[in-house]
Write a protein that binds this ligand. Structure first.
Ligand code: ADP
Length: 161
């Protein structure tokens, strides 16, 4: 069974993330979305809330959602994953992602990093952009799945940092 992991902070999950996760689910037997809890970014949603939000949005039944706070390659090894799937947006993602992929490859050579290109309409979509637009009262319905729209608005609207 070919298992892939899709790591990220997902604070909150966006249509960009969901597109990558669902496409990965077509390519692999099982996809584990890993909500990483060791991010240095200030999170608006708790790890458990982020897991629940992702679970409500994914459609394929070969997708699992889990959390991890350690080194991603240790998690991948533990789960016998063959790939780490990442989404690539603009060139601005490239340097960082390339560096991470090379580091992970040297730490765990048997796991490949697979990049899926973002859909054109998701090229500029990020969780931080969603939070900023929402906090200022903008319409985020084209950026986050319908299933979680109300929850994201409730948490982020008026939450100006
Ligand atoms: P963000 O960069 O929005 O904080 P994460 O750290 O949760 O997102 O990212 C998890 C993964 O999802 C990364 O591989 C990232 O490149 C990818 N990703 C994030 N936003 C998009 C998008 N709009 N389209 C495609 N992939 C994306």
């Amino acid at each position: 069974m070919k298992i892939a992991v899709c790591p990220g902070s997902f604070d909150p999950v966006t249509l960009g993330h969901i597109d990558i996760i669902e496409r990965a689910a077509e390519l692999f037997d099982k996809v584990i979305v890993v909500v990483m809890s060791n991010s240095t970014k200030h999170a608006v949603f708790s790890v458990d809330e982020r897991v629940q939000l992702v679970r409500r949005c994914v459609k394929h039944n070969n997708i699992e959602v889990d959390t991890y706070s350690g080194l991603l390659v240790d998690y991948a090894k533990q789960k016998n994953a063959v790939a780490i799937v990442k989404g690539l947006r603009a060139m601005s993602d490239f340097d960082y992602e390339f560096q991470q992929a090379l580091t992970n490859k040297s730490l765990l050579p048997q796991v490949e990093t697979v990049f899926l290109t973002a859909k054109g309409e998701n090229m500029f979509l990020s969780s931080s952009m969603v939070k900023e637009v929402c906090s200022l009262g903008g319409d985020i319905s084209r950026f986050v799945p319908n299933e979680i729209l109300e929850d994201v608005i409730k948490r982020c609207k008026g939450d100006i940092k």
